[in-house]
Design a protein around this ligand. Sequence first.
Ligand SMILES: [Zn+2]
Length: 340
Amino acid sequence: MRFADIKGNHSVIAALRAMADGGRVPHAMLLYENARSGGLALACAFAQYLNCQNPQNGDSCGECPSCRQMQNLAHPDVHFVFPLNSGGEVGGDHPVSEQGMGVFRKLFLQDPYFTEQDLYLELGIEQKSGNISVHEARNIMSKLVYSSVSGGYKFIIMFLPERMNMQAANTLLKAVEEPPAKTIFLFVTQNPEDVMTTIVSRCQGLRVLPFDRSLLVPPPPSEEIAQLWKDMLAAIIQRNLLSAIESAEAVAALGSREKQKSFCQYASEQLRKILLVGRGLSDIAYLDGEDLTMEAGVCSSRFCSRAISNIDKAAMLISRNVAAKLVFTDLVNRLYISLQ
Ligand SMILES: [Zn+2]
């Protein structure tokens, strides 16, 4: 990933570039982002820039062997760490990120802006949060013993350090404070208040802002999609299960997986708006003239959050080619039950 591939965040890129060009790269950095703001993408672009053999115009070349390895998340000196647990794809008693790297790589290459939930779904551990264990920390320490393979910088890029427990943080502490030469820790957090203070205090912080919303918001949905969601939610609110199931069947009949995914994206965006209106935060709900007061009166925050996570799961199942009728019928059933 090159800086040029990053959406928005021009000032953060400028700051990272200045550090690299000026030879003032901190040995530990904490990038604080909101979900889907691109913290991980920035960390990768920064690592790629620092190890590029032929940087040009303040960006990595994207073509040298180091850039190519980095673009495939297969650079021998860049180690990724993320939360896991003993269930799902990786399994085993003491799983470490290295074992889940295939899943992580696939997800990142598909969408570098993936969320924690996306990761858990891919790992098959969505029922239980992941964590970064002491076994993981020991594995990281073992990577630091050897000097870099390529002669460039060595990176530990940790996604969601807030999932690291105290034992793991203590194991890493010394290394984060005084890493071996040319070793850089990049932590990408969404909840800096939950990261062990001992780690935070040893890092230089950098705020990654949600990029320009116009880049984030998908193109406006077709009238058809907007109407289908309106019908589905109305049926659920009116406690009309039959009509809700009919609306699910209509979504399943949309004809393409892409349309079904845009339906999910739209539904989830609408529920976020309802949630914000319900919390009195209409100002940041980007309503654009829409009135969601009635929906916000009926749908609790709890319902909205659950519904969003069910819809995200439905979208994931659709991407995996699960039968659409099954996915959407199951979805309306879940929404119907959780509104009670
Ligand atoms: Zn390069």
